[in-house]
Design a protein around this ligand. Structure first.
Ligand SMILES: Cc1cc2nc3c(=O)[nH]c(=O)nc-3n(C[C@H](O)[C@H](O)[C@H](O)COP(=O)(O)OP(=O)(O)OC[C@H]3O[C@@H](n4cnc5c(N)ncnc54)[C@H](O)[C@@H]3O)c2cc1C
Length: 496
């Protein structure tokens, strides 16, 4: 129940302040300088909120070509697909995010492709299973088990001493539906690149909770033929990058592209001197750091900040996932695309583009990913004979920047210069730092590790999220939270 409670507390804050977020209830301009570092979803929502509240905001984005970071929508053979974050519901309920996007004129899709999520597993190339087959086989799920009950069961298993293993939990949970257990395992393998056994071995509490929760939900939605919104694949129409692009449009020239933070110095008057790799340095009273945890190690910081910095760096590892997007023509029936445990194929809305998800890549080499794809699928070669990387398209204005991938796109996020991985994962042994140590700073709940430095330097980004780390929702909420915290901390009465 703790998770539910904590999430409720977090969301209550966001909802209570929704008027502010949407540009209403503005406070008088404070004109105080805030540098937001990173123009991913976390940084951009923070910057917009601060701008709406009268701060003098400047955003630094290391990438010279595009905003959005790990939200990266592209056009492949005329249809829009995601090279980065895809399913808005991965971190749980996305109502607030969707409501926020709606206010900016961005709608969410409500008609997902029934064949969207196709999982291929087993060594036999003829073995093709998709969600529809699972539905057709009509595996009943006990409808009397509602979400609250599932939550309570997970919490009970986690608090038992010793904690119940995930394998044991699943055996009991799916006792009457062994096929669903099989599907659960396959989904975890393909989506996360780890087996249930491996999760048990590392025994991170957060993995236990998040793996069970997200995967059980999908399995249930499948078996219960729930409305499509409950199924995986809820994206913004026009691509998930529509949201960062809309925010960038509002922020306009306040975004400085190609400006990479190199050094943070604290000045005598307590403000910050931020030094970019190239270009002019800037002095600011407040800083919101919204870069991936993997990038902290490249920034030179003052001694006082160093210890917290090091702890944050050591409490994260990045998932090595990549995507290959390929245009293909849909033949009504699912076709055997691949048979590897290491990837999952997804079709997009208009059934044109398949995204092949690779997890736990051994190689950092982009061309090696294509080799794996070819190795695993003769079918791929038929539909996609010439694969090439084409992620160009200069970012002239922060408005239009979809890269066109005429024949397909490859994105190996481990190779991405400003991210070095797909999303953060808590390494075994670091769970305690990142779970349940919540405190309140300037009226906002925050994990202790990400408490602001001197109430003037704030941390945002998916890795700072308590219960939705590694997700779009987690990043979004972290940006709102950082902005609210800064606004509260900078009130004349706020205690420092
Ligand atoms: C392949 C893939 C699939 C995913 N699938 C899903 C999914 O289905 N559902 C889901 O919820 N989530 C998914 N995610 C995760 C989700 O996309 C991320 O959690 C989220 O987009 C992170 O946002 P952010 O703002 O925290 O970080 P980012 O988007 O990484 O933004 C950080 C920004 O900081 C910039 N930067 C870095 N260093 C510096 C510096 N020194 N100075 C200035 N700027 C800097 C970067 O260029 C970047 O633009 C996926 C991610 C990937 C890669």
């Amino acid at each position: 129940m703790l998770v539910v409670l904590v999430r409720f507390i977090f969301l209550s804050f966001f909802f209570l302040s929704a008027g502010n977020i949407l540009g209403k209830n503005k406070k008088p301009a404070s004109k105080e300088k805030v540098i937001v570092v990173g123009a991913g979803i976390a940084g951009l929502v923070a910057a917009k909120d601060l701008l709406d509240h009268g701060y003098d905001v400047e955003v630094w984005e290391a990438n010279p070509l595009r905003v959005g970071g790990r939200l990266f929508s592209v056009k492949v053979a005329g249809s829009i697909a995601e090279l980065g974050g895809e399913d808005l519901l991965d971190g749980g309920d996305a109502n607030y995010l969707i409501q926020y996007a709606n206010q900016l004129g961005i709608k969410v899709n409500v008609d997902p492709n029934p064949y969207y999520d196709i999982h291929f597993f087993g060594q036999d190339k003829k073995t093709v299973r998709n969600l529809d087959l699972f539905v057709e086989e009509k595996f009943p799920f006990d409808d009397s088990i509602d979400e609250r009950t599932v939550d309570a069961m997970i919490e009970k298993a986690m608090s038992a001493k010793p904690m119940v293993t995930m394998a044991d939990f699943l055996q009991a949970f799916f006792a009457k539906q062994p096929k669903l257990l099989e599907y659960f395992d396959a989904r975890t393998q393909t989506n996360e690149g780890v087996s249930t056994k491996e999760i048990d071995a590392s025994y991170a509490k957060s993995s236990f909770r998040s793996q069970l929760w997200s995967n059980i939900k999908t399995v249930r939605a499948t078996s219960m033929k729930k409305k499509p919104i409950a199924l995986s694949n809820t994206r913004f129409i026009g691509g998930n990058a529509s949201l960062p692009l809309a925010l960038a449009k509002v922020l306009g020239k306040r975004i400085r592209m190609g400006v990479k933070l190199d050094k943070i110095q604290v000045t005598k008057d307590g403000s910050y001197r931020l030094v970019p790799t190239r270009g002019r340095l800037v002095k600011a009273k407040y800083v919101v750091l919204a870069i991936p945890a993997s990038m902290y190690k490249y920034i030179n910081v003052e001694e006082g900040l160093y210890k917290q910095w090091q702890q944050i760096v050591s409490s994260n590892v990045m998932a090595r996932s990549g995507k290959v997007l390929v245009p293909l023509t849909w033949n009504k029936e699912p076709i055997g695309v691949a048979q590897s445990l290491s990837f999952v194929a997804r079709l997009n809305q208009d059934r044109k583009v398949a995204a092949l998800y690779f997890t736990n890549l051994e190689s950092k080499d982009t061309s090696a990913m294509l080799d794996i794809a070819r190795d695993h699928s003769s079918f791929l070669e038929q539909v996609f004979p010439a694969t090439k990387v084409e992620l160009g398209g200069k970012f002239e204005t922060p408005v239009e920047q979809f890269a066109a991938c005429k024949e397909g796109c490859v994105k190996n996020w481990s190779e991405e210069q400003f991210t070095e991985g797909a999303y953060s994962i808590i390494p075994p042994g670091k769970e305690m730092l990142l779970e349940d140590n919540i405190e309140y700073v300037c009226e906002q709940p925050i994990l202790q590790l990400f408490s602001p430095y001197k109430n003037t330097l704030f941390f945002a980004g998916e890795h700072t999220s308590h219960d939705a780390r590694g997700t779009i929702i987690g990043a979004f909420e972290s940006g709102i939270r950082a902005a609210k915290m800064l606004e509260n901390c900078s009130r004349p009465t706020a205690a420092l």
